[in-house]
Design a protein around this ligand. Structure first.
Ligand code: URP
Ligand code: ZN
Ligand code: ZN
Length: 525
């Protein structure tokens, strides 16, 4: 992996000096940079085209980055690259709603940047992601500029959410600029990470109101940060300093409490809410209850929460345990199954990864104190395979629902559908060809992330992304990546998604229900 990493870095530097159009290839490592000779006209023949609502056997014709036609028996002239997809699924490329590339966090920076993280994503069939901009000293504009710089390495399409970490007169004005001028339509509030990213309830309320006025989507990391702080102290006092202390210090009840609180505050101001990385049955049940009462609440499970259980945190080998440290923590056996069931019934709507990778050296910062282990796990490259295996192969979900939870719902929520999230004429040509009879294997030895570990190490399963087409270019084929740093596009996302439809009517109903102010007869004194 070290050799692989240096190759990527080297390639990155040389590509920039050559304006991204040079030709070089190291097929032994399964990585090439793409030149300008990639076919711009592609015909995908005979596959089963799967959209969120419908699937049918059809051909897909792509030209200059767009899907031009989807129908049976498309005839093309010479010079078109034809791919036979008989017996395979042709689906929209995955969209990961939750990543952290090149994020400065807990005294270090994630090991995957916008190039290596995205290269990994493409190898796993994800063609777009939405990353969280972290403000610099509370400044949204400085944070935005910093992420524009980081994203210059991008080799696939991406968008931004933005975190809100403080509140003053400037922040709401900057939120408005982000929405109206910068194409950001969602803001995240951390209810945990006391002393760094955590916000208070009054800030959350202000934020919810501002999001609503802008038509932006408020997102929460829902854990009670004060109680987590207390739980951490308790563990240290008990002499529990290892990775298991991480899970023990922030139990599901603290996630359930914060989820309920955020939901009730959002109800109070009648604002839509998106709960990121739902890791526990406790949090999921709060979301289900709110949805039943008609509240507009979206729950996002992440792959680690669906697939893993916390037994790994008790592993005697520090690195083996520490690589699983993320927040909210990976839960005890049983939570993952209830989250899978909630995903299959639509209580949870779309799957992210919270890809936030740190290598063994970085994880070792917490060798004597679990509070210093940088929080985060991988998943960008693995998400499409693991969700298929856990949900479709297991019989819990159809292929159409798979497309919905891995791609379409994200595009709809962040208001970029049907440009993204669909195989339709006019949509961006972000496409995967998926062989349901092939097998995937996961290992840090072969993955494309820069991390030296993988939380899904040794897993294999049925279904494999054989070809990834991003922006009309074949970027993954025959186990080989052809990617160009700097070729990824920023996708601007407009406000007022479907959750806002009719919300004004609910506000009007609320005002009527007040039956106030009462026009009182004043006492004549
Ligand atoms: O452990 C995690 N989740 N790291 C990334 C930051 C966050 O809370 O999303
Ligand atoms: Zn979070
Ligand atoms: Zn996150």
């Amino acid at each position: 992996m070290t050799h692989f990493r240096s190759l990527i870095l080297l390639l990155t530097v040389s590509l920039f000096s050559l304006n991204g159009l040079s030709q070089s290839c190291d097929s032994g490592l399964g990585y090439c940079d793409a030149g300008s000779d990639l076919p711009s006209k592609i015909l995908i023949k005979g596959g089963t085209v799967v959209n969120a609502e419908h699937q049918e056997v059809a051909d897909v014709y792509v030209e200059d980055g767009l899907i031009v036609a989807v129908r049976p028996n498309i005839k093309v002239a010479d010079g078109v690259r034809v791919i036979d997809a008989t017996g395979k699924f042709v689906m929209p490329g995955g969209i990961d709603p939750h990543t952290h590339l090149a994020m400065e966090f807990m005294g270090t920076e994630t090991i995957d940047n916008f190039f290596t993280g995205q290269a990994a994503a493409l190898a796993g069939g994800t063609t777009m992601h939405i990353d969280f901009v972290i403000p610099v000293d509370g400044s949204l504009s400085k944070g935005y500029e910093a992420y524009v710089e980081k994203a210059k390495l991008a080799c696939m399409d991406y968008g931004f959410h933005m975190a809100i970490t403080k509140w003053d007169d400037i922040v709401p004005k900057e939120m408005e600029i982000m929405v109206k001028e910068k194409g950001i339509n969602s803001f995240k509030f951390f209810m945990a990470y006391k002393g760094s990213l955590m916000v208070s309830d009054d800030l959350l309320l202000e934020g919810l109101k501002k999001c609503k006025s802008l038509g932006a989507l408020a997102m929460v990391h829902a854990e009670n940060g004060d109680a987590v702080f207390e739980g951490q102290k308790r563990m240290i006092e008990l002499g529990i300093t290892g990775p298991e202390g991480h899970a023990l210090s922030r139990p599901p009840v603290l996630e359930g409490e914060a989820t309920a609180r955020a939901i009730r505050l959002a109800a109070f101001v009648n604002a839509p809410l998106y709960v990121v990385h739902v890791m526990s049955t406790d949090a999921m049940e709060e979301i289900a209850r709110a949805q039943k009462s008609g509240q507009r609440v979206i729950g996002e499970p992440v792959v680690s929460g669906l697939i893993l259980d916390d037994s790994v945190l008790w592993d005697p080998d520090f690195i083996t345990a520490a690589k699983f440290v993320m927040s909210p923590p990976i839960r005890a056996l049983g939570h993952g199954k209830t989250l899978q069931a909630a995903l299959s019934t639509g209580v949870l709507k779309l799957v992210g990864t919270d890809h936030c990778t740190f290598n063994s050296t970085q994880k070792s910062f917490g060798i004597d104190d679990f509070r210093k282990i940088p929080n985060g796990v991988n998943g960008l490259e693995e998400r499409m395979h693991l969700v298929w295996d856990a949900m479709v192969e297991s019989g819990q979900m159809s292929a159409t629902d798979y497309v919905r939870v891995t791609s379409t719902e994200c595009a709809k929520l962040f208001n970029i559908y049907p440009r993204k999230g669909a195989i339709l004429a006019g949509s961006d040509a972000d496409i995967i060809i998926f062989n349901p009879n092939a097998t995937f294997h996961i290992s840090a030895k072969s993955h494309h992330s820069r991390s030296d570990t993988n939380v899904y190490e040794g897993r294999s399963g049925k279904g494999k992304v054989e070809v990834t087409i991003a922006g009309g270019r074949i970027v993954w084929e025959n186990e080989e990546l052809k990617v160009v740093p700097g070729s990824g596009k920023y996708i601007s996302m407009p406000p007022f998604n479907y959750l806002y439809h009719g919300i004004d009517k609910a506000d009007a109903r609320y005002l009527t229900s007040l039956k106030a102010p009462v026009n009182r007869i004043r006492p004549s004194l």
